[in-house]
Structures are given as structure tokens and as C-alpha cells.
Design a protein around this ligand. Structure first.
Ligand SMILES: NC(=O)c1ccc[n+]([C@@H]2O[C@H](COP(=O)([O-])OP(=O)(O)OC[C@H]3O[C@@H](n4cnc5c(N)ncnc54)[C@H](O)[C@@H]3O)[C@@H](O)[C@H]2O)c1
Length: 315
């Protein structure tokens, strides 16, 4: 297949591109290499993709509709992962989130309609469950209680997708990812921040007094779910893609310390606005309809991340 992959220089996009190329698909990577976090990490990911058979890269913005339209010509699927992805960064940059995550999503979905592309697979988030207190979260649960601007943009994407499917019969699959981690991960996420602090001897900032629980999902498992969604190309679905296990934040930290061989300096802080105390995925729908079966749990996934981190940053 020929696939347009937005966000290809990003963490999940990079791993998705690798998996698609490895099985012989053609991938057009599209990314503006946004400076939201260290662009060097994105450039290094791209270096690993460039030169691989079947990969082309376009440095472009999803807000640039003509560039997007040109990149989409003749593809079999669009896999849309480009977005501003941090919950906390959204507090200070609401306008950028609304333009990239909502206007940008509109540009992608509307162009899919105009060009009659056979399927669009897009990234949503566990954040859409907002302040719900029912766990594990199922796809059919209510998603009206948005507590972060980021979550609101993802909920908006799902609403737009439903409307486009209803009106134009476009094949659309939305994937609610649950806290994804792994090599080449995002520098604003917990595992990266904690590992960095422990290895450099800096204090770790532990929000929510360490009482948060997360469904941590290894990136290879997420990619398997994305690839299965591309292949199945259901008319209209939303899936939770999580590990299906809830971890206590402090157990997660202990595992990182054990792997690093060092105890970290801990500074406990209040919950940040927009954060939720628990994320926990019911993945039975994805198991049944995508053959989704997470294989890497934190006892294996954390050491794989730390090994990459040490070698990438020479620590
Ligand atoms: N990582 C997670 O735990 C997680 C959880 C839930 C949902 N998601 C979603 O998954 C997707 C990928 O997340 P990620 O962790 O790889 O984030 P990432 O920030 O590493 O990747 C996103 C990529 O999108 C690109 N981008 C941003 N704005 C753009 C624009 N206007 N035009 C073109 N490209 C643009 C960025 O340069 C970046 O490379 C995002 O939609 C995110 O919201 C991620």
C-alpha cells in the first residue's frame, strides 16, 4: 500500500513508518518538524528513515492545504498522527492546539473526502475520557467531561470523524492511545523525564503526589494496533489501544530506578491542571476486531527505553 503518514518525524510516527516499510509498504512521511520539543530528536528519527526503500519525506504543515493535497495524491490510506500532543503545553498555547489539532484535522479529513481516499486512520487519545471515574474505560463510555484543552481537541476530532463518515461514507478509524513509551520517546513524557533526572542526579517532579495510575503502552504494541487498523480499514470505528494493565506511578518509578541502578531525588507536587488521576483501558474491542495483543509490559519495556536513552545521550 501507499500510505501518507502525518507526524512521521514524531515518536509514534517514526515507529509506525519503520513497521510499514519493513513489510514493504510505501510511506510518504509528512511533518513540519515542529519545535514543540527538541527538533534534533525528530531529525535523528528521520535520518533512520531516509534512505530506506519506499520512504519519502515532505517537510510540510497540515495547515498548508495545497501542500497536504499534493502529498495525498494517489495514496491508499492516510494515517494521521500529526498533532500537538502534550496535555500540559496546551495550557500555555491554546491557539496552537486549536489550529493544529482542529483546523489541521479538518484539512486532513476534508482532503480525504475531496480525493476519495479509501481510508483514514487517526490518533485520538485516552484523554477523551476526561474526568470519568469508571475504569477500565470502554469505547462506549461517555466522553463529555473534557478536563484539558488537548482532550477537547481529540474529542472534537472524533465528532468531526463521525459526521464525515455519516455524510460522506468515508472509512474512518480513531485510535485512543494510552500513555505510549519506548525508544526515541517524547522528552515531555514521564519515563523520559524520570530517566533523565535519575541518571543526571537531578530532582524528579512527581505530580499528583505520586498517586496517579497509568496504563503504560509500549510503542511496538501501539504500532501493531495502528497497522492492523490500516489493514482492516473498517467503515467507522473507535478503539482503545492500551496495555490493558494499570500501573501505580510509584511502582513505575521504582522500576526505572532499578533499571538505572540508582535512586532518584523525589519532589512531590500537586496534580497539574488538565491531568487525570487514572487512565486504564478496556482493550477487549481491539483484541476482538484488530487481533490486538500487547506483548511488552513495563518489566521489559522500561529496560529497553533506558538502554536506548543511555546510548543516545551517552550517559
Ligand atoms: N505518545 C502518547 O502517549 C500519545 C497518547 C495519546 C495520543 N497520542 C497522539 O498520537 C499522535 C502522535 O503522538 P507522538 O507521541 O508521536 O507525538 P510527537 O509530538 O512525537 O509527534 C507528532 C508529530 O506531529 C508533527 N506536527 C505537529 N504539528 C504539525 C503540523 N501543523 N503539521 C505537520 N506536522 C505537525 C510534529 O512535528 C511531530 O513530529 C498525536 O496525535 C498524539 O496526540 C499520543
Amino acid at each position: 500500500m501507499k500510505i501518507l503518514l502525518t507526524g512521521a518525524a514524531g515518536f509514534i510516527g517514526f515507529h509506525t513508518a519503520q513497521a510499514l516499510l519493513a513489510r514493504g509498504d510505501e510511506v510518504i512521511g509528512f511533518d513540519n518538524v515542529s519545535p514543540y520539543y527538541d527538533p534534533k530528536l525528530k531529525e535523528d528519527r528521520l535520518k533512520l528513515l531516509e534512505g530506506k526503500k519506499g520512504f519519502t519525506f515532505i517537510k510540510g504543515d497540515i495547515l498548508d492545504r495545497p501542500a497536504l493535497a499534493k502529498a495525498m495524491k494517489g495514496v491508499d490510506r492516510v494515517c494521521h498522527l500529526a498533532a500537538l500532543a502534550g496535555v500540559r503545553y496546551a495550557l500555555e498555547h491554546p491557539e496552537e492546539y486549536v489550529s493544529t489539532n482542529i483546523q489541521g484535522f479538518f484539512n486532513v479529513i476534508d482532503e480525504v473526502k475531496v480525493q476519495g481516499i479509501p481510508g483514514l486512520i487517526y490518533a485520538s487519545s485516552s484523554s477523551v475520557y476526561g474526568s470519568n471515574e469508571k475504569f477500565p474505560a470502554e469505547e462506549a463510555d461517555k466522553t463529555e467531561n473534557q478536563v484539558s484543552l488537548y482532550g477537547m481537541t481529540k474529542k472534537d476530532n472524533e465528532l468531526m470523524a463521525y459526521t464525515y463518515h455519516h455524510l460522506h461514507k468515508i472509512n474512518l478509524t480513531g485510535l485512543r492511545f494510552f500513555t505510549v513509551y519506548g525508544p526515541y520517546g517524547r522528552p515531555d513524557m514521564a519515563l523520559f523525564l524520570f530517566t533523565d533526572a535519575i541518571l543526571r542526579g537531578n530532582p524528579m517532579h512527581i505530580y499528583g503526589e505520586g498517586k496517579m495510575q497509568r496504563d503504560f503502552t509500549y510503542v511496538d504494541d501501539i504500532v501493531a494496533g495502528i497497522v492492523a487498523s490500516i489493514d482492516k480499514n473498517y467503515p467507522y470505528e473507535i478503539f482503545n489501544l492500551g496495555c490493558g494493565r494499570k500501573e501505580e506511578l510509584m511502582d513505575f518509578i521504582t522500576m526505572i530506578e532499578k533499571t538505572c541502578g540508582k535512586e532518584g531525588k523525589k519532589e512531590f507536587m500537586d496534580m497539574q491542571p488538565g491531568d487525570v488521576r487514572v487512565t486504564s483501558a478496556d482493550i477487549s474491542k481491539a483484541q476482538k476486531m484488530l487481533g490486538f495483543e500487547p506483548k511488552t509490559f513495563i518489566d521489559k519495556g522500561i529496560p529497553q527505553f533506558v538502554e536506548w536513552f543511555r546510548s543516545y545521550y551517552k550517559l
